[in-house]
Design a protein around this ligand. Structure first.
Ligand code: GDP
Length: 440
């Protein structure tokens, strides 16, 4: 995410590396470079100019602090300004009322339907909500079907009326249905078009007026850069939406939309989509995003994801098994599955400070665990619990069964033994070191 921008900004700061103090001249030079980096990342021209003007003013104003190196001072100021450009603090979503109602808007293909599913999933699992999804696209039966499939995946009901041609009626009926069935959250997915069009605008405005949602969210594809910003502007003029959802941030987006939208439409980015799966959704935190843009990593989000997967019981069970040297291939498999649940590997690694840049040209195969899993799945229950029995012929059988080679099987068994030894050493070291690293 935003790799080019991160690299370019890093280079701009290097211009200040050898300098003893901040001066008009070296600041101007650095900021010229920063502005170019922002423009190349497709940041709105006015936004980029205003950004560098503010940074310049702050940098020159803080010159008295001679104990801080100019390059560090500049990184700090740019960081804080980036965060403030994106809205400062994370914006809340209004879930008052019963049911609370959320209306989706955006162009076709922006990721509206996918986000509808993701949001329902997030609010159901994290806030204990009982959502009802509403399919209001009366033009594309496939869109209704898509929402139904997503609803089934996340175990959330979907309201649709195949014979009705009135999205307003469908939405109103859905709210009645939610009240009857006790759903405390209604998320209304609407029809989009490939480009802004008057009929679409009238339709969504009519739905909004009729259902009076707590939140109207505008969903936009981050990959479309400045177009995303222009579309946001038009939707906002008509709908006065409450917040923006930026999707496809997992792709090769340059960052322009994320950095410009807030200051152009004056509405916060509330969520970002980072993949096609139902759990690939993050609440947007401007400060953490600024950290990531500047290659400072995002340890807070990483720890949060780990916490979500952390299971106290499981950790205790594992700790006991390690202490007794009983850690086996079944435990190994469980651990791999937990890591996989945390998300895309390259994205996870890039949240570690300093690692993102190093990974830029390295391809981390998200299927890295696949052959390991296949090998373990090809073992008999006895072999998984007692790897000591793995002789040559058993290893050959496992390699054939898992579609790997005997070398790969040997490597995994060796790695497993080493991990086991290391874990045993860690837990046996000192009384204070007896605990597994805890996230709480
Ligand atoms: P809609 O027409 O606005 O409802 O858009 P869809 O929800 O159908 O999404 C269009 C395409 O974008 C689908 O193929 C989705 O799987 C994909 N998509 C949606 N959100 C994301 C995301 O955050 N990341 C990625 N990589 N793809 C996404």
């Amino acid at each position: 995410m935003f790799e080019n921008l991160s690299e370019r900004l890093d280079r701009s700061f290097k211009l200040l590396k050898g300098e003893g103090k901040i001066t008009e001249i070296n600041v101007a030079e650095t900021l010229k470079d920063v502005r170019k980096a922002l423009l190349d990342a497709d940041v709105n021209y006015k936004v980029a100019k205003q950004f560098t003007d503010t940074v310049k003013e702050k940098a020159l104003g803080q010159n008295v602090l001679t104990s801080i190196k100019p390059s560090q001072l500049m990184v700090k100021i740019v960081h804080d300004e980036l965060a403030s450009l994106m809205g400062g603090t994370a914006a809340e979503i209004d879930l008052k009322g019963s049911p609370s109602i959320i209306l989706m808007s955006g162009l076709q293909g922006s990721g509206k339907t996918t986000f509808t599913g993701k949001l329902a999933n997030m609010l159901k699992t994290k806030k204990g909500k009982s959502p009802l999804l509403v399919a209001c696209d009366v033009y594309r039966p496939a869109a209704i079907e898509q929402l139904k499939v997503l609803g089934e995946q996340i175990g959330v009901p979907v309201y649709a009326e195949l014979e009705s041609k009135s999205p307003v009626e469908i939405a109103l009926n859905a709210i009645k249905e939610a009240k009857n069935k006790g759903n405390d959250l209604v998320i209304v997915d609407t029809a989009g078009r490939l480009a802004i069009d008057e009929q679409m605008m009238q339709e969504i405005t009519a739905i909004k007026n009729a259902i009076q949602p707590n939140e109207t969210l505008f969903v936009v594809d981050a990959m479309t850069g400045q177009d995303a910003v222009n579309t946001a502007k038009e939707f906002n003029e008509r709908l006065d939406f409450n917040g923006v959802v930026l999707t496809k941030l997992d792709g090769d987006t340059r960052g322009g939309a994320a950095l410009s939208i807030r200051s152009v439409v004056d509405k916060p980015i509330k969520f970002v989509g980072t993949g096609e799966k139902m759990d690939a959704l993050d609440v947007f935190h401007p400060d953490r995003m600024a950290d990531r843009i500047l290659g400072m990593g995002d340890i807070v989000s990483l720890v949060e994801r780990a916490q979500e997967q952390y299971n106290e019981e499981e950790a205790k069970r594992l700790q006991k098994r390690i202490a007794k040297n009983q850690f086996d291939f079944n435990d190994f498999l469980t651990q791999i599955q937990q890591i996989k649940k945390m998300g895309n590997l390259k994205e996870l690694a890039s949240m570690i400070p300093g690692v993102g840049k190093a990974l830029k040209n390295i391809d981390i195969d998200d299927n890295a665990f696949k052959s390991i899993e296949a090998i373990i799945f090809s073992m008999t229950p006895e072999e998984r619990v007692n790897p000591g029995v793995l002789n040559g012929s058993r290893r050959q059988r496992i390699a054939t069964g898992s579609g790997t080679s005997i070398q790969e099987v040997n490597k995994l068994v060796k790695q497993f033994e080493e991990t086991r030894k290391m874990m045993k050493m860690l837990t046996a070291a000192k009384p204070g070191a007896r605990k597994l690293p805890s996230f709480r």
